[in-house]
Design a protein around this ligand. Structure first.
Ligand code: MSP
Length: 504
């Protein structure tokens, strides 16, 4: 069975989760669910990044010690994932011993091999980024607080791997996606790569993993957090599990943290003698009314409020449908409601009601028996057969928005098919088994079943309800067979779970 290992970034527990966190996690969940229905063995990892300055400061602001703070905040993430129906296989916290022990072991090994060395360094230090920055970066970037610092620190020989990394990126077109981001990283690597400062003196930062070879220092938060992708799957402890999943298929993240994943992380893996990830995927940002969401602007969309008002599945659907992977997307309430009403309430929901109501009324609530197919029937069957294949190809290419559009166009096709065959008219003359109306409704219900199964990874709850209404509980999604709803099987109770949103 082919294997699929996918990860989200580990979120900082310094604040409430927002729509950006929700997006990456839903994206990972949707991909994991699609790969599961495609018959693959899937491992989906998420978690929290609990060390470092940001978390230490957040705890200090609340007057609690960091451990109490992280224990309280991790719950908010876990609760949100539960509410969003995120079906992860593992949740790692960087404060867990299964992680910290392995980080220390790697640090010791790399120190003994001479891959990590101590040096006195004087330079410009960015408080917000928690790292030394170059003068060029200061000129070009927006660093709020810069200090001049001179101190002893430990460095990882990242520069040594620059050429090997460039080679790897150039020879593996799948390594960094999308292409534009790959080119950005290659551009970045045209300048000499410095060694990476991977320690912080405890006088400045105490909340971190202690350097095993120097008790006065803790580990730089990224050199700690990135390792979660291997510590969580048993690296250094359970070799079989580790070999089963590594290398990862996809590391998902926003474009702002691509450099750490596409430069620091691969060089760390090279130093550890491990294979590199198959693919690193950077998505764009969700903007609010065209501007960046930020706490100071007060325009951060809270996913919990949206769920409470409109349901989990419509939020999942909107986020997947309206962002082209790799590009920024705009979040507005207007576009959310428009999308919901057009695609879910109209094209999908009304169709469910139309088909099930006719079957209830004229066929005693049982799937009717089909007769011979005519040309119009065969046209619908052809599209129904090809859609699962197209969807699975689009998912492999990470074109989720297109996969959704392809599925919706199958649903729209059923609507047109119904208009063309008008079973509500022919039923008056003949509603016997095998009649035109019987065939039309049996076929519509079955194609609706296929569409619902294809939408299931994005809207697990609502499509399951619809599949129940169609009496299609456990039919596997089979690419070649159609009309799997057995004639005579009884429809479930209920109406479309997508009522129209009326704006006052
Ligand atoms: N802790 C690090 C990641 C360590 S991974 C080993 C971190 N955490 S974070 O909580 O600040 O951010 C996590 C993710 O949220 C990033 O992928 C970031 O791109 C994403 N987003 C934050 N705001 C966003 C939007 N407005 N839109 C989309 N994603 C955004 O960085």
């Amino acid at each position: 069975m082919s294997k699929f290992y996918i990860t989200t970034p580990l979120y900082y527990v310094n604040d409430k989760p927002h729509i950006g966190h929700a997006y990456t996690t839903i994206l990972a969940d949707v991909l994991a669910r699609y790969h599961r229905i495609m018959g693959e063995e899937v491992h989906f990892l998420t978690g929290t990044d609990e060390h470092g300055q940001k978390v230490q400061e957040a705890a200090a602001n609340r007057n609690v010690d960091p451990k109490t703070h992280v224990d309280e905040f991790v719950v908010r993430f876990k609760e949100l994932w539960e509410k969003l129906h995120i079906n992860y296989d593992d949740f790692i916290r960087t404060t867990e011993p299964r992680h910290t022990d392995r980080v220390k072991e790697l640090l010791t090994t790399l120190y003994e091999k001479g891959e990590i060395y101590a040096d006195e360094y004087e330079g410009l230090y960015s408080v917000s980024e928690e790292r030394f920055v170059t003068e060029k970066e200061v000129e070009e970037g927006d660093f709020r607080q810069i200090k001049k610092l001179k101190e002893k620190n430990y460095f990882f020989k990242m520069s040594k791997y620059q050429d090997a990394l460039i080679d790897h990126i150039e020879n593996h077109p799948e390594f960094i996606k999308p292409e534009t981001r790959k080119n950005e990283i290659l551009g970045f690597l045209r300048n000499p790569l410095n060694d990476l400062c991977i320690s912080r003196p405890k006088s400045r930062l105490s909340w971190g993993i202690e350097m095993p070879f120097d008790k006065d220092y803790v580990t730089y938060v990224w050199f700690d957090a990135l390792l979660n992708y291997i510590t969580a799957i048993g690296w250094g402890k359970d070799e079989t599990t580790f070999q089963n999943w590594w290398p990862v298929n996809y590391h998902l993240m926003g474009k702002d943290i691509l450099t750490t994943h596409a430069v620091y992380w691969p060089t760390m893996l090279m130093a550890a003698g491990l294979p590199l990830p198959k693919s690193i995927l950077a998505h764009g940002w969700w903007m609010n009314e065209e501007s960046k969401m930020s706490k100071s602007l007060g325009n951060v969309v809270n996913p919990l409020e949206l769920i409470d008002d409109y349901g989990v599945d419509s939020v999942r659907f909107f986020l997947m449908r309206d962002m082209v992977l790799g590009m920024d997307a705009n979040f507005t309430m207007e576009s959310f409601i428009k999308r919901y009403n057009a695609d879910l309430a109209n094209d999908y929901g009304n169709l469910v009601n139309r088909v099930t109501m006719l079957i209830q009324k004229h066929f005693d609530g049982k799937i009717p028996e089909s007769g011979d197919y005519n040309e119009i029937d065969l046209e619908l069957i052809a599209q129904a057969k090809i859609t699962p294949k197209s969807v699975s190809k689009l998912i492999q290419e990470l074109k989720i928005h297109d996969a959704l559009e392809t599925t919706l166009s199958l649903l729209r096709k059923i609507n047109r098919y119904l208009e063309a065959k008008a079973p509500w008219k022919s039923i008056k003359e003949d509603s016997t088994p095998g009649s035109s109306a019987a065939t039309t409704l049996a076929l519509s219900a079955d194609v609706l079943r296929i569409g619902s199964q294809l939408l299931n990874p994005v809207m697990p709850e609502k499509t399951t309800a619809i599949l129940k209404i169609l009496g299609a509980g456990n039919i596997p999604l089979n690419e070649t067979n159609i009309v799997l709803l057995t004639p005579g099987s009884v429809l479930g109770e209920g109406k479309s779970p997508f009522p129209r949103i009326i704006i006052e």
